[in-house]
Design a binder for this molecule. Structure first.
Ligand SMILES: CC1=C(CCC(=O)O)c2cc3nc(cc4[nH]c(cc5[nH]c(cc1n2)c(C)c5CCC(=O)O)c(CCC(=O)O)c4C)C(CCC(=O)O)=C3C
Ligand SMILES: [Fe+2]
Length: 378
């Protein structure tokens, strides 16, 4: 029988690292940040100039770093309030504070076993393996500096954890409540996430995942599961049983001739309008905070499209530093720590896909260009 988690012992771990994307915090950061993001990725120049404009529209400041500072503070508070004695650090892939500096600090503080929380809930190259490649590269650099060896593990994908789905469902209800009463019950739910190349989607997930190789792969299957769970919770709370919903995509980059996941949110809003839908709620289940992809691509671009169509639209908040989410992180940390100590524990997961694996397989979510060393894998 698996044990229920009661221990607050984080052993064998002695640090948690919040690992995120990073974003510019001043106008002069924007171009070097975009260079960091797109190095060697074949993003057309015009697209980069366009995305640069989005950041300049917000004074060159992405909200993502401030949101991660809030999450960091909320995690520390949650841990302290529940007797979990585990220091929390923060580092980014693309902007300061950088991952390598966070890991160096961890090593200098005398910690050796590090658990990583990446700010992406789903399987996929960008949201999982790429972070593990970043970890391997940073560890290699620290090795070169003669620092003691760190061992890093990554927390499992948390998309179907109630601490992620619950806040998303409540946020969707709040966004529905912002719509005029007369269109509320007819409003459609447009679940949105980051578009990725179709080839990247189809190879997402573990090699033995039934969704692997199907159109959209585990990336889409996991998002559809969250969308379904949120839609069910919304139906139960509103009494509107047959409200249609769809999973759609946003923030496409890449060259036009390469297929990416579709439809785009803006095209979808136009299609909803044509089909006679009275209103829509955009639900950004693909993201954990209201960063630039939310503030620009949804709140600026998609809202402008909706206004042009005359379609009433609201947008659900992401989980951010919701106390249910920080509690979920604490539970996931304790779950993984117990597993590493050889204790079989109950793994919390909603829906039908089950709790995700702890350790990624070598063939999980392959790098679309060339294989690279990755940390935290079998
Ligand atoms: C799956 C996924 C997530 C979700 C999971 C996760 O969170 O990791 C995500 C998050 C984010 N993406 C972000 C920003 C950007 N993503 C870009 C480009 C790309 N994203 C991709 C995928 C994803 N991206 C891909 C396949 C590309 C093409 C280039 C490549 O193959 O890598 C570009 C380049 C310009 C452009 O948009 O073309 C930018 C500026 C920010 C920061 C926002 C802020 O500043 O607040 C965040 C959180
Ligand atoms: Fe992105």
């Amino acid at each position: 029988m698996p044990e229920t988690l009661t221990s607050t012992d984080p052993a064998p771990y002695d640090a948690l690292l919040l690992l995120s994307f990073g974003g510019p915090e001043a106008p002069e950061d924007v171009v070097p940040f975009l260079e960091n993001v797109t190095r060697g990725r074949g993003i057309p120049k015009e697209r980069l100039a366009e995305v640069g404009k989005h950041y300049f529209l917000f004074g060159g400041v992405s909200p993502i770093n401030e949101q991660n500072r809030e999450l960091l503070a909320a995690l520390r508070k949650d841990f302290a309030g529940h007797g979990l004695d585990l220091p929390v650090y923060w580092g980014n892939r693309n902007w300061a504070p950088y991952l390598v500096d966070a890991l160096r600090e961890i090593a200098r503080d005398g910690h050796r076993r590090v658990l990583v929380l990446a700010t992406s809930a789903y399987a996929g190259y960008s949201g999982c393996r790429q972070y593990r490649e970043n970890l391997a590269e940073a560890l290699e650099q620290l090795r070169g500096e003669g620092l003691p060896e760190l061992r890093v593990d990554k927390l499992r994908h948390f998309y179907n954890h109630p601490g992620f789905v619950g806040p998303m469902a409540d946020a969707t209800l709040a966004a529905l409540a912002e719509l005029p009463a007369e269109v509320r019950d007819g409003a459609r739910l447009a679940f949105t996430t980051h578009s990725i190349p179709l080839s990247m989607a189809e190879t997402s997930g573990a090699p033995d995942d039934p969704a692997r190789g199907t159109p959209g792969g585990a990336y889409v299957a996991q998002h559809l599961e969250v969308a379904r769970l949120v839609a069910e919770a919304v139906a139960a709370a509103t009494g509107v049983a047959d409200r249609p919903w769809e999973l759609v995509f946003q923030s496409r980059s890449g060259a036009p001739h390469i297929p990416w996941l579709e439809p785009d949110i803006c095209d979808h809003l136009a299609a909803l309008h044509t089909a006679g839908a009275p209103a829509a709620v955009m639900v950004p289940i693909g993201f954990v905070s209201d960063h630039m992809e939310v503030k620009y691509d949804l709140d600026t671009e998609a809202r402008a499209k909706a206004a042009e169509l005359g379609l009433p639209v609201t947008r659900a908040a992401t989980v951010g530093a919701d106390p249910r989410f920080t509690a979920a992180v604490r539970e996931l940390v304790l779950e993984r720590a117990a597993v590493e100590r050889g204790v079989r524990v109950e793994r919390c997961a909603l829906g039908t896909l089950g709790a995700s694996h702890d350790v990624c397989a070598v063939a999980c979510c392959p790098n679309p260009r060339a294989p690279k060393p990755a940390a935290a894998q079998l």
